[in-house]
Design a protein around this ligand. Structure first.
Ligand code: AMP
Length: 224
């Protein structure tokens, strides 16, 4: 099962992506998490990416596209994958489509989480990052995933905030890119939506992101 997952930052994409990863036992590939691991490990890729990420800009395509296409070749993707955070613009969508077609890989499902920009912004500012896995299963504004006091509700480790999550200018920039339906991330989602309208695969489904985590995952599982 190969899946693309779209949703503005703060829509719960990561949380719902984990539901699908478990259901289908597939690799969950998050472009943002790969960049964060590299920044933490102080790698060359991390250094290059950090300047763009801190400003809320996209890391350039010549760095991001090969990074993701290479990642899809790894052994853990043989059983399927879920891509979260990629593609993020129309060029990335076209390159991904080209690469999948030339490797004979089918895209099965495209999920789009719908969420109003203002709600998404508030949610981002409540996110807390677990130092253990550098991801964010905690949010001080969402009851069911509230941290345990100051600590990660999943593993009890310390929490911190992502620098780009507390900077309103950077959040606005990231959302500007997401909601851009001409060249940005919605354009890349609609690129696959138009394929879904003409053929049986991929299947394109939308989820109502303002609902609770449980309601969104119930809707997701019922539509699969
Ligand atoms: P995320 O964790 O998905 O919010 O990603 C964090 C940051 O990583 C983004 O704001 C971008 O700077 C960068 N990034 C993640 N995915 C991509 C992508 N597909 N293309 C370019 N930059 C990306």
């Amino acid at each position: 099962m190969n899946i693309l997952f779209f949703g503005p930052n703060g829509s719960g994409k990561g949380t719902q992506g984990s539901v699908l990863k478990e259901k289908f036992n597939i690799a969950h590939i998050e472009s943002g998490a790969i960049f964060r691991e590299n920044i933490q490990g102080n790698t060359e890729l991390g250094k290059q990416a950090k300047t763009f990420i801190d400003k809320g800009e996209l890391v350039p395509d010549d760095i991001t596209i090969p990074m993701i296409l290479d990642r899809l070749q790894k052994d853990d993707c043989k059983n399927g994958w879920l891509l979260d955070g990629f593609p993020r613009n129309k060029v990335q969508a076209e390159k991904l489509d080209e690469s999948l077609k030339s490797s004979g890989i089918t895209l099965d499902i495209v999920v789009e989480i719908l969420l109003d920009r203002e709600i998404a912004k508030n949610r981002i500012m409540g996110r807390r990052l677990c130092v253990q896995d550098n991801n964010h299963p905690n949010n001080i504004f969402i009851d069911v995933i509230k941290p345990n006091g100051d600590l990660c509700r999943v593993c009890g480790s310390e929490l911190k905030s992502r620098a780009d999550d507390q900077d309103e200018g950077a959040i606005n920039k990231r959302h500007g890119i997401y909601y851009d339906a001409t060249e940005g991330t919605l354009a890349s989602a609609y690129y696959f939506k138009s394929q879904a309208e003409k053929s049986s695969l991929p299947r394109y489904m939308t989820l109502e992101g303002k609902n609770s985590v449980k309601e969104v995952s119930d809707e997701l599982l019922s539509k699969l």
